[in-house]
Design a protein around this ligand. Structure first.
Ligand code: GLU
Ligand code: MG
Length: 438
C-alpha cells in the first residue's frame, strides 16, 4: 500500500504556534465545507504545552476549523518523506458563525473595515530573520558569500520550497548575526501575506530539521546577540488599484492618508506592542541601538525607527509609487502574524478616522535627546518588559475595544502566565529556552 500524503488544516494561536489537524489529501475537498474539529480552550495554550487555568473556556465547547483552500502551501522540497502541505483555516462556531477568538478572521475583518471606511486595500510583506542552531558551520563573516555558501544547498532549497509552496520568495541572505539568515517574499494582499508568514516559518523549520539542524525565529538567542526581527512592510492601493501610500509632494513621500494611518499606529503603539512582540525575550530585542525599534517614531530610511519609510529606486525611470512602502519593525515571530497585522490595521484606521496629520519625520538618536525634545517630536519609549506591555495594552481602551472581552481575557491570561513562569529565570536561560521553542 502506498502512503497517501496528509494536508494539515491549521490555525496559529496566541503563542504564535501553528497547530491543526490533518486529513489525507484526497479528503481535503470533502472536508472543506465543514472543516475539522477544534476547541476554544486551545486558545489558552502557552508555549510551554500547558493550558492556562482558569480561562474563559473550560473543558466544554467545540469549534470547526474551516480550511481556506486559497491559502494552501504545498511543497515536496523540504526533505521530509512526505510533502509539506498546509492550509490556513478560519475558526467558526458549529453553525458557521465566525469565532471571536480567530485571529485570521480578525485580520480579515480589520482589512474589510479599512476598505469600507477608506476605500484602501493593504498590500503587505513579512521579512523574517532566523538563526540556524546545531549545525556546526565553520565561522564566517556577516553578510558574506561564504556565510551563505557554507550552508549549501540549504538557501537554494529554501527558495525552491517556498516558490513551490506559492510564497513567492524574493531574497535569501546571510545576515549580520551568527548563523543568521533572512528571507523575504513578494508583497501580497495583507491576509495572504500573513498566511505566507506562517508558511515561511514552518517550511524553514522543516527544511532545517531535515538537515539535522534547528531554525529558530526567537527574537534573541542570547541577551546580547543580534535580534531576529519580523519586519512587516505595508502599502495601500485605492479602489481603482492605484498606489495610495505615496505622494511625491509631501515629506518623506508619505501620502496624507498613509500619514494619518502612521499617526494612528504611533498613537497606539505602546498598547499594540504586546500584540506584535508577545514574549519575554521580545523586550530584550526592542532596545535602542539594536536596529530593532524602541520609540514611537516614523523616519525616512532609519533602521532604528519603529515605522521606517523604505527606499524606492528610480533606476531606469522606475516609478517610486509602486514600490513605496513603510515597514513596522517592532514585531517578532513570538507574535501571531494575523494579530500583529490586525493591530497595525486597526491602529492605522483609528488615525485615519481621527484625521490625524502625518507624524514628523524624526532624524537623530532619541537616546541623545532631552525629554523636552522627545516630547515635542512625540517620541515615547516602547514598553520595556512583557508585563509593562500588557499594562499598556490594558490601559488603552480604544485598543482593547477592538476585541471581544473574552479574547482580551484569554490573551492577558496566556501572556501573564508566560511572564510569571519566567519570573525567576535569568535572561540567558530565557533566551536559551525561546531559542528552542521558536
Ligand atoms: N536584526 C534586526 C532586528 O532585530 C534588523 C536588522 C535589519 O535591519 O535587517 O530587527
Ligand atoms: Mg534584516
Amino acid at each position: 500500500m502506498t502512503v497517501e500524503p496528509l494536508v494539515a488544516i491549521v490555525t496559529t494561536d496566541l503563542a504564535a504556534v501553528t497547530r491543526g489537524r490533518s486529513v489525507v489529501e484526497s479528503r481535503l475537498e470533502k472536508t472543506a465545507a465543514t472543516g475539522v474539529g477544534w476547541l476554544q480552550a486551545n486558545l489558552s495554550l502557552t508555549p510551554f504545552n500547558s493550558i492556562v487555568a482558569p480561562n474563559p473556556w473550560g473543558s466544554s465547547g467545540d469549534l470547526r476549523l474551516i480550511p481556506d483552500l486559497a491559502a494552501r502551501f504545498r511543497t515536496a522540497l523540504t526533505g521530509s518523506a512526505t510533502p509539506f502541505d498546509m492550509v490556513a483555516g478560519n475558526l467558526v462556531e458549529l453553525d458557521g458563525t465566525p469565532w471571536l477568538g480567530c485571529t485570521r478572521t480578525m485580520l480579515a475583518d480589520a482589512l474589510a473595515d479599512l476598505e469600507t471606511t477608506t476605500g484602501l486595500r493593504m498590500t503587505a510583506a513579512f521579512e523574517h530573520e532566523f538563526q540556524i542552531c546545531g549545525a556546526a558551520f565553520a565561522p564566517a563573516h556577516s553578510f558574506s558569500l561564504a556565510a551563505l555558501r557554507r550552508t549549501d544547498p540549504f538557501p537554494a532549497t529554501l527558495m525552491a520550497a517556498l516558490e513551490e509552496a506559492g510564497v513567492a520568495p524574493e531574497v535569501v541572505i546571510a545576515e549580520y548575526g551568527d548563523d543568521q539568515f533572512e528571507v523575504t517574499h513578494e508583497p501580497a494582499g495583507a491576509l495572504a501575506a500573513a498566511d505566507r508568514a506562517v508558511a515561511i516559518r514552518e517550511i524553514t523549520r522543516e527544511l532545517a530539521r531535515s538537515n539535522g539542524w534547528r531554525a529558530t525565529f526567537t527574537p534573541k538567542t542570547a541577551p546580547n546577540a543580534v535580534g531576529n526581527g519580523v519586519h512587516i512592510h505595508f502599502s495601500f492601493t485605492d479602489a481603482g488599484g492605484k498606489p495610495a501610500a505615496y505622494d511625491a509632494g509631501r515629506p518623506g513621500g508619505v501620502s496624507a492618508i498613509a500619514g494619518a494611518f502612521c499617526a494612528g499606529v504611533l498613537r497606539h503603539l505602546p498598547a499594540i506592542t504586546v500584540l506584535t512582540a508577545s514574549s519575554v525575550p521580545s523586550y530584550y530585542r526592542l532596545r535602542p541601538h539594536n536596529w530593532s525599534s524602541s520609540y514611537t517614531w516614523l523616519a525616512d530610511r532609519d533602521r532604528e525607527a519603529t515605522l521606517r519609510i523604505c527606499p524606492t529606486v528610480t533606476i531606469g525611470g522606475r516609478d517610486p509609487a509602486r514600490q513605496y512602502n513603510i515597514e513596522y519593525r517592532a514585531a517578532d515571530a513570538t507574535a501571531n502574524p494575523y494579530l500583529s497585522l490586525a493591530a497595525i490595521v486597526r491602529a492605522g484606521l483609528e488615525g485615519i478616522k481621527a484625521d490625524l496629520g502625518s507624524p514628523p519625520l524624526v532624524t537623530g538618536d532619541p537616546e541623545q535627546m532631552s525629554e523636552a525634545e522627545k516630547a515635542k517630536l512625540g517620541l515615547k519609549r516602547l514598553p520595556e518588559t512583557l508585563p509593562a506591555a500588557l499594562d499598556a495594552f490594558l490601559a488603552d481602551r480604544t485598543v482593547t475595544g477592538w476585541f471581544a472581552p473574552a479574547f482580551v481575557e484569554t490573551f492577558i491570561g496566556v501572556k501573564r502566565h508566560e511572564a510569571e513562569q519566567l519570573a525567576n529565570h535569568d535572561p540567558a536561560a530565557i533566551c536559551d529556552l525561546y531559542g528552542k521553542l521558536y
